[in-house]
Design a protein around this ligand. Sequence first.
Ligand code: HEM
Ligand code: HEM
Length: 316
Amino acid sequence: MGTNLKNLELPYNRGHHFFAIFTACATLVVITAGALVTSNDAGLSVPDWPTSFGYLVKVPHFVGGIRYEWTHRMLAGSLVTLTLAIALWTLAVEKRRWLRWLALAALGTVIAQAILGGLTVLLLQPPAVSAAHASVAQTFFCIAVIIAVFTGRQWIEEQPRVEFDQRRPSLFTLTLLSIFVLYVQLVLGAMFRHHGLSWWPHVLNAVVVSFVLAWTAVRALSHYSHIEAVRRPAILMLSLMIAQLCLGFAAFLTRVEWGKDAVQPELPMVLSTVAHVAVGALLLATTVVLAIQVWRHIPVAFEERLLEAERNPSAA
Ligand code: HEM
Ligand code: HEM
């Protein structure tokens, strides 16, 4: 009953939700454009920042890596504007206080990301700064995706069918573990890509990632496949993980094995590494969505919660 009343106060805002989806899609485009900069070794082709060859928006001659670095900057600038717009829109229409804070957090993250991008250029690509730029990019993508989920019609209007999870480790714990190992994988991959670490910690951790994500997906699908909000991200997570492993092997062959004596950047290396970065971002965001849906539909059963549910079944 309480949930019903709360939902009546929360009208679904189609325009706001579609704009949130657009911002999330735009983020994936900027991540792909950024990955093209790194794979083409174009990070220092525009030497100044926040200006580009002394101007804020003047198109330079597209020679060498300039086309990648300049395009990435312009797309990133547009993304900062989109994020400012979604933050202001959220503050104007949103009743949920935590979501207003999340929109402000998105704005803070994208500004921090732009500053890290600038520092990468001004400090001449220290591995830690470049890897931080790569990692914050995916964090921002996750925030943009969950804002789109929280503003969606399904999230606002559905009455979640709650099933308490009595298994240990709980499915929710497994999803949190999956996010953790994926973050470790992201940082190790970014440090390798930016020449701060060898490749083997990343490849070794890929075994851990495969095990933890497979465990999570199998648990979700074998016990809760009747809950669509959980089944869909679980299947997507598993499929993206398989694709990501294949792309990882392709990136390894083209970058490390065949690539070491080649005059880089060669097209197969660029394609496989850029796809590996983009699918990595999709995989992380999907896992975050899965964790949120599990938290909503399959909360961990503590004794007090079970007793409360028995006493008052409609509240569950
Ligand atoms: C206007 C501000 C920005 C500047 C000046 C900037 C600059 C750069 C530079 C120079 C690189 C290449 C780094 C290297 O190869 O060492 C890069 C890569 C990248 N950027 Fe940005 N960037 C900015 C904003 C953004 C934003 C807003 C995002 C996304 C949310 C983003 C996502 C990325 C990604 C994903 C990479 C590739 C990292 C990798 O492949 O390891 N950047 N950026
Ligand atoms: C599901 C498991 C995996 C995930 C989530 C993952 C994720 C990532 C991410 C996000 C990056 C780039 C970080 C950045 O933005 O800079 C990366 C880089 C890389 N990964 Fe993976 N990876 C996985 C498995 C693998 C496997 C199995 C291999 C090889 C056998 C591999 C090889 C590489 C290589 C070679 C790079 C660097 C590419 C370059 O130098 O341009 N990855 N990985």
